[in-house]
Design a protein. Structure first.
Length: 581
């Protein structure tokens, strides 16, 4: 190696080049003189690897305090992961310095205390906690993402504080938010563990595209959306509360502007939501989907798995879907009774299971579907499916009700149209027939292929089976122009009905029977088949059938009247029936 004086002149290092600094690492030279001297054997002053001040640090006005750590490392700016549970270094300034620069921010293993909240406002900032613990002082929001920051990411660590852990957007009230406003966009929260405190994640005001994945949340409240929050994706998460009253796992609402400022688009997949008073509360939402989720509040049916539209500030709680989800120990309410009017619509549940709980559709709701799902109970729950008054257009199809329910389905109130129950099965836990009232309805519905077990039909004095109404025709003489029998049946819009008259008789002369229906909202194959049936003068045995289709939901009264001649009914095998098809 030549003399030090023989080395060519060198410029000061201004980038992230690895250089040699003094042992403490706290003051690295910006020229290679000391490095060259040490390498030439001209000095024995120990040196260690160090990182020069970067152009980004210079531009941000940030001067590192420990050059032994690479740019972006919190420890480079005075941070120390030395929190011992009661005391430790306040890393607020160190975080603030790193966040002035942006880019990738890292930590050396440890627990880091911060006394003040940190704000992320530079695009594409990434905080890799490196499995460290962030301990926030009481009352602070640990990390806030504000303004129009885009592409920010926080990952791989534990965040604990007595208050909110991460807030995205701006917490505010008033009418200043519109659909054309801008806010944080493309925010990623990955591999985080939230412990203790009030709320894990809050999304406020205007936020677009948030991705929350592989997180574990153990806080009083889980995730809140409040405002124009669009396209939130939650995947592979555990969201578990502290069994505290008036708490929620996921809530969407709008209290920051009313009108059209509602959350739009939330997707939750492959997640557990449990131990909250209400696990999922969707108050204001346009388009929500839950797939492969287990939802279970604390207590036994004293709290709720899901509530739709309990408190609503806007006119939207629509297009909501649950697929392959399980609801346990807490009912699902579609628009909880007594709170709102006619804004919850287009709700679908498919391939879902309700365990030790029930499904309830409350007043002023419409267009709800429960498809290919099962309700199971071993604890004598009163009713599996409840459909309230003023509920329209509900389809329940492919439903199995299994266990110790007292009632299968109860439909209350006389207002509401378009209720369809198709392909129901009932059994108890051992598989044998239960002691259960499968269907009680206060208004006409479409019912088809409901496993028969003695149905209640409101207003039908001659039958207790909803799908099959029948009345016997007693033996004896019936005078001309006299009613032979009356039959009441309920039928839903679009449903077919098979009307059947079986009679053994003699007549005194030419005679015919007339059929009358009130209301007569039935489509018949021909007017003749509907209006009258000529009887053979020789008497004998007849079996007369007609198939008609209803155009409305209705309770219909059918009357069969004798014609001009005397008619004698023979024996006890004559009857009038109506069978829903």
């Amino acid at each position: 190696m030549g003399k030090i004086s023989s080395y060519p002149a060198m410029t000061a290092l201004q980038g992230p080049e690895l250089i040699l600094g003094d042992q403490s690492g706290s003051t690295a030279t910006t020229t290679p003189t000391a490095v060259a001297a040490y390498m030439a054997g001209l000095t024995t002053t120990p040196v260690i690897a160090s990182y020069a001040r970067t152009s980004a640090e210079i531009a941000a006005g940030v001067t590192p305090t420990n050059y032994a750590y690479p740019p972006g490392c919190i420890n480079r700016y005075g941070g120390a992961g030395d929190w011992n549970g009661t005391a430790g270094t306040d890393n607020s300034t160190a975080f603030a310095q790193a966040l002035l620069i942006g880019g990738k921010i890292t930590l050396v293993s440890g627990a880091y205390y911060i006394a003040s909240g940190q704000t992320i406002s530079i695009n594409n900032t990434e905080i890799d906690l490196n499995n460290c613990v962030i301990v926030g002082a009481g009352g602070i929001t640990c990390f806030s993402l504000t303004g129009t920051v885009a592409g920010a990411r926080i990952k791989n660590g534990v965040i604990t504080s007595a208050s909110t852990k991460i807030a995205v957007g701006v917490q505010a009230t008033g009418s200043g938010y519109t659909l054309t406003s801008t806010g944080p966009t493309d925010i990623w929260l990955e591999g985080l563990w939230f412990t203790s405190g009030v709320t894990a994640i809050q999304l406020w005001g205007i936020v677009n595209r948030v991705f929350i994945s592989n997180c574990e949340i153990f806080t009083d409240n889980g995730i809140l959306e409040n405002g124009v929050i669009a396209d939130v994706h939650i995947d592979n998460c555990i969201i578990a509360g502290s069994s505290t009253a008036s708490t929620y796992g996921i809530r969407t609402q709008n209290s920051v502007g009313g009108g059209a400022n509602y959350p739009q688009g939330i997707r939750v997949a492959n997640s557990l939501i449990t131990n909250y008073a209400t696990c999922v509360e969707l108050d204001d939402i346009f388009d929500a989907m839950f797939v492969n989720c287990w939802i279970e509040p604390f207590g036994t049916n004293t709290n709720s798995s899901v509530i739709l539209a309990k408190y609503r500030a806007t006119t939207f709680c629509k297009y909501i879907k649950f697929v392959n989800c399980s609801f346990s120990l807490g009912p699902m309410y579609v628009q909880e009774s007594g709170y709102n009017t006619d804004y919850t619509k287009f709700v679908m549940l498919e391939n879902c299971q309700f365990e030790e709980t029930w499904f309830e559709i409350d007043a002023d709701t419409s267009y709800v579907s429960l498809i290919n799902s099962q309700l199971v109970s071993s604890s004598a729950i009163t009713t599996a499916i409840v459909i309230d008054d003023t509920v329209d257009h509900v389809t329940c199809s492919g439903i199995k009700i299994r266990g110790d329910f007292t009632n299968g389905v109860i439909i209350s109130g006389t207002t509401g149209v378009g209720i369809q129950l198709v392909d129901f099965q009932f059994d108890n836990v051992s598989g044998s027939y239960p002691v259960i009232v499968p269907l009680t309805t206060a208004r006409p519905i479409l019912a088809r292929n409901i496993d028969p077990a003695g149905y209640n039909q409101q207003g039908a004095t001659s039958s207790t089976n909803y799908e099959y109404a029948a009345a016997t025709i007693a033996a004896g003489t019936i005078a001309a122009s006299t009613v032979i029998q009356t039959l009441i049946f309920n039928i839903g819009a679009g449903q077919k009905i098979l009307i059947r008259l079986v009679m053994d008789f003699t007549v005194a002369g030419d005679d015919e029977l007339t059929f009358a229906f009130s209301p007569n909202d039935l489509v018949w194959p021909s007017a003749i088949a509907q209006a009258a049936l000529s009887l053979p003068t020789a008497g004998g045995h007849i079996e007369h059938t007609i198939v008609a289709t209803s155009t409305v939901d209705m309770q219909c009264t059918m009357t069969v009247t004798n014609g001009a001649s005397g008619l004698t009914i023979i024996g006890s095998n004559s009857y009038l029936s109506a069978i829903l098809l």
